[in-house]
Design a protein around this ligand. Structure first.
Ligand SMILES: NC(=O)c1ccc[n+]([C@@H]2O[C@H](COP(=O)([O-])OP(=O)(O)OC[C@H]3O[C@@H](n4cnc5c(N)ncnc54)[C@H](O)[C@@H]3O)[C@@H](O)[C@H]2O)c1
Length: 251
């Protein structure tokens, strides 16, 4: 557990920090004392989230890699979280959507890490936390871009761990199964329509089918893991993936 106050003096940059898991991370890291920067393409929601935690809002579309390179990356903690889903069979998957998802969920994290590491190296301390997914380790049909991006993020995270170690920088992935956020609420509604099921049936029969623990994960649970990875007791944890999947991958 991240002791409150243990992150005083640390600046935390959270992509997609205006909603869902990112927002929960903003709250939790601020509680631990970090100075939080909420980065999101939704400018109003970013302002609201930043105001809630006494932090700073930055409006940016992270799929625009030139815009990513212009961001102020003098930060000690980088949470690569912004992401979205697109569901379609491979033979119909729109090519521009595939590129967009890889840009946002893999190339932007690379650019952000590249920009942030010099500051972290200079201070001899840094924490990179990549919000991957159970889909960083397992595939599901119809999610080609998402699964590809998350598997790539797993590789990037391990390379950061190897290069960063001598500079006091750790890098890890957090791998949740379904978390109760607007992203998932949208999928529940879409799948209910597609399968002719009620929303409760989609959650129970589709989303939670592979999991042993039959409930959605709460954003706070993911944020607690992120905070722990930034805490002194996780200083030796690097290059790994912390799975929070209710037993999905135990099969
Ligand atoms: N919800 C889940 O079940 C779940 C499970 C595993 C992993 N994840 C991962 O967690 C992360 C956050 O997901 P969430 O469920 O909290 O989603 P969410 O939709 O609640 O929040 C995502 C945030 O990212 C922002 N964003 C999207 N595109 C952006 C862009 N181009 N530039 C800047 N910001 C952008 C959105 O505005 C939003 O505020 C994603 O990487 C997702 O893949 C989610």
């Amino acid at each position: 557990m991240a002791v409150n106050g243990s992150l005083v003096g640390r600046r935390a940059f959270i992509t997609g920090g205006a909603s869902g898991i990112g927002r929960a991370c903003a709250v939790r890291l601020a509680e631990a004392g970090a100075d939080v920067v909420v980065v999101d393409r939704d400018a109003d929601a970013a302002l609201a989230a930043a105001a809630e935690v006494g932090g700073t809002a930055v409006a940016a579309d992270l799929s625009d890699l030139d815009a990513v390179d212009r961001l102020d990356l003098a930060v000690d903690i980088l949470v690569n979280n912004a992401g979205l889903q697109h569901v379609a069979p491979l033979h119909e998957f729109p090519a521009d959507r595939f590129s967009y998802i890889l840009r946002l969920m893999l190339e932007a994290p690379f650019r952000l890490v590249r920009g942030a590491l010099p500051h972290m190296y200079e201070r001899g301390w840094g924490r990179v936390v990549n919000i991957s997914s159970i889909h960083g380790l397992r595939a599901s049909a119809y999610k080609s871009a998402y699964v590809t991006a998350k598997h790539g993020l797993e590789g990037l995270s391990k390379v950061i761990a190897l290069e960063g170690a001598e500079h006091g920088v750790t890098s890890n992935c957090v791998n949740p199964a379904y978390v109760r956020t607007p992203l998932v609420e949208g999928q529940i509604a879409d799948q209910a329509k597609a399968h002719g099921l009620s929303e409760d049936q989609v959650v129970e029969q589709v989303m939670l089918a592979p999991a042993a623990i039959k409930r959605l994960i709460e954003p706070d649970e993911v944020a607690e893991t992120v905070a722990w990875l930034c805490s002194p007791s996780a200083a030796s944890v690097t290059g790994t993936s912390l799975v929070m999947d209710g037993g999905w991958s135990a099969h």
